[in-house]
Structure formats: C-alpha cells, structure tokens
Ligand binder design. Structure first.
Ligand code: NAP
Length: 279
C-alpha cells in the first residue's frame, strides 16, 4: 500500500491514478474524505497533519509514503508524522520539496532536514515552479482580464507540469535504487513570462498579457482579481526572489532519467487546460 498525502492537490490528484495504473494499491489522504472524488479502488482516508491520531491511522499497513507538506504544516507536526511512519514500519518516504530548497532558510529546506533525520529510507523530489500555477492562482486574471502579473521581469523559469511530477513520483515510489537520492525536476524548456503569455494566447485564441510588476503591483493584481487577500499575496511575492536571481532557469535531466520523458511543454499545458480559462 502506498499512501499519498495532500491527495486532492495539484500533484496528488495526478499521482493517485498513475499509481493505480502502475498496479499499486493506493491510499489517498485528505482532510475531507467525504467530499473527495478518487478513481475506483482508491482507499480514501482522513489525514490531517494537525491531528496526530489521523496520521497514525493513515500510515498503518503502508509500505511507502508520498509526502507533500502543505504551507500550513509546521515542523513539529511534520516531525511527529515522520515518527508515526517509522513506528508503523513504513519502508520509505518520498518528499515533495522544491527547486533550490536545499539552499536553506525556507520551510521545504527544513522539511528536507526533518526527512533526512527521520530514520526512514528517503528520496527527495525538488520540482521547479508548477505550470498549474497559471490555472490556479492566475486563473481569474487570465480568464476575466486576459492578464497575469508577476514580479519576475524577463527572468526565465523551467516550469514543470504537475502530471510530470506525479510520473517522477510514481517511478521513485515503485522502483528500487532511489533511496538517499534527491532529484531536481524541471520541464523541457526555460521560458520567460512573455513566452508563457504567448503560449496561453495561442491556446485560447485571444491575446493574454504578462505584466512585469514589483511586489506592490503583484499584491494589487492578486487582490484585484480576488485570488488572494493581501497577507497571502505578500507571502507569495516573497518567494519570487530566486527567480529574479536566475536560480529557477536551468533545465535538468532528472525528469527524463526517472520517467524516460522530457515532460510537457508550456504550450502543451496551455492547450490541455484551456477550458479553465474560458469565459
Ligand atoms: N506551486 C508550485 O509552483 C510549487 C513548486 C515547488 C514546490 N511546491 C510545493 O508543493 C507543495 C504543494 O503541492 P500541491 O500543489 O500538489 O498541493 P496543493 O494543490 O497546494 O494542495 C495541498 C493539499 O494539501 C491538503 N492539506 C492542506 N492542509 C492540510 C493538512 N493540515 N493536513 C493534510 N492535508 C492538508 C489539501 O487537501 P484537503 O483539503 O483535501 O485536505 C490540499 O488539497 C507545497 O509544499 C509547495 O511548497 C509548489
């Protein structure tokens, strides 16, 4: 049995069917099992990192865990959850970290340290910025205003599709030989935001504009579209610094090594998800 945490999120909802397709028994953890919809055959359980009893119950009989750490989960809850996994005899944990998190001073870097110190066999995936941010936090901007705004100037990012992160997760959860390894996951190309806007324009058949803004402009845009309140928007603005330092631009070979595929392009992503931005 493989447990997928945060299974209703961007990666979890892709990973559950991919693992089933690979012939695995899958348990999906969510705080709201009654509201969740998963493919037939999925064992859906209540899992809230803030409720240690729910974590202890969810990890019983599990051989591997795909660990996604939501922004609201603190280090104590994470450490307690890792202990519950060890006590239950979980064989390995694959942590979803983030590109550059190993540089430290960020919650995912702390999560990596906790996983390494847990005594569990571990693997770390470090995906770059998700393409799915454009149909999540920028959905309303693109759909209603034909625009998205980011504090990123002309800096490039090798965006990755959440479906490809799930494919890499499937490989590391089902194959031997990944223990003690960290993988830097990117998509196949490095694009600036003007090129992302071009891909969205081509998929939608209308002109989408990228506005290069400063942090205040970003907060104004996110609150103006109704995607965030001011506090959340300031928090998101604060994680853009590595992009402006050109630390998210490199394309790495790790996704292809794990899955045999270079991953979806931003053009393909925009085509496949175009209904999300239709008015
Ligand atoms: N977005 C990016 O560009 C990016 C890039 C690199 C790394 N990351 C990292 O990836 C992770 C997010 O992954 P994602 O986008 O796949 O997830 P997501 O879409 O943000 O979904 C997170 C899920 O976490 C669940 N959740 C929230 N609080 C919880 C709690 N207390 N206990 C258990 N589950 C809880 C929610 O499910 P329920 O409501 O069903 O419980 C939600 O669906 C974060 O650690 C983020 O820092 C993101």
């Amino acid at each position: 049995m493989i447990l997928v945490t945060a299974a209703t999120g961007n990666v979890g909802r892709e990973l559950v069917p991919q693992l089933l397709q690979a012939g695995q028994q899958v348990r999906a953890g969510t705080r709201h099992p009654d509201a969740a919809s998963f493919p037939q055959g999925t064992d859906v359980v209540r899992l809230d990192f803030g409720d240690p009893g729910s974590v202890r119950a969810a990890v019983q009989g599990v051989r591997a865990v795909y660990l996604i750490v939501p922004e609201t989960v603190d280090t104590d809850a994470l450490t307690g959850s890792l202990k519950a996994m060890r006590d239950a005899g979980v064989g390995r944990v694959v942590l979803q970290s983030g590109f550059g998190a190993q540089d430290g001073g960020n919650p995912l870097g702390d999560a990596e340290d906790a996983v390494r110190a847990s005594g569990l066999a571990w693997t770390i995936l470090r995906p770059n910025w998700f393409m799915q941010n454009y149909n999540q936090m920028f959905r309303k901007g693109v759909r209603d205003r034909d625009e998205f705004a980011e504090p990123t100037g002309t800096h490039r990012t090798s965006f990755i599709d959440a479906r490809d992160i799930a494919a890499a997760a499937t490989a590391t959860l089902t194959q031997a030989g990944h223990e003690g390894h960290a993988y830097d996951l990117t998509g196949p190309e490095s694009l600036d935001r003007a090129a992302v806007a071009e891909a969205l324009s081509a998929a939608l058949g209308r002109h989408i504009t990228y506005s290069a803004v400063d942090d205040d402009g970003f907060v104004a845009f996110m609150t103006g579209t109704g995607e965030s309140d001011e506090e959340e928007a300031r928090g998101i603005a604060s994680i853009y610094a590595p992009i402006r330092a050109d630390r998210t631009a490199d394309v790495t070979p790790d996704l292809k090594r794990l899955t045999g595929r270079a991953g979806f392009t931003v053009h393909e992503f925009a085509q496949h998800y175009r209904h999300d931005w239709e008015r």
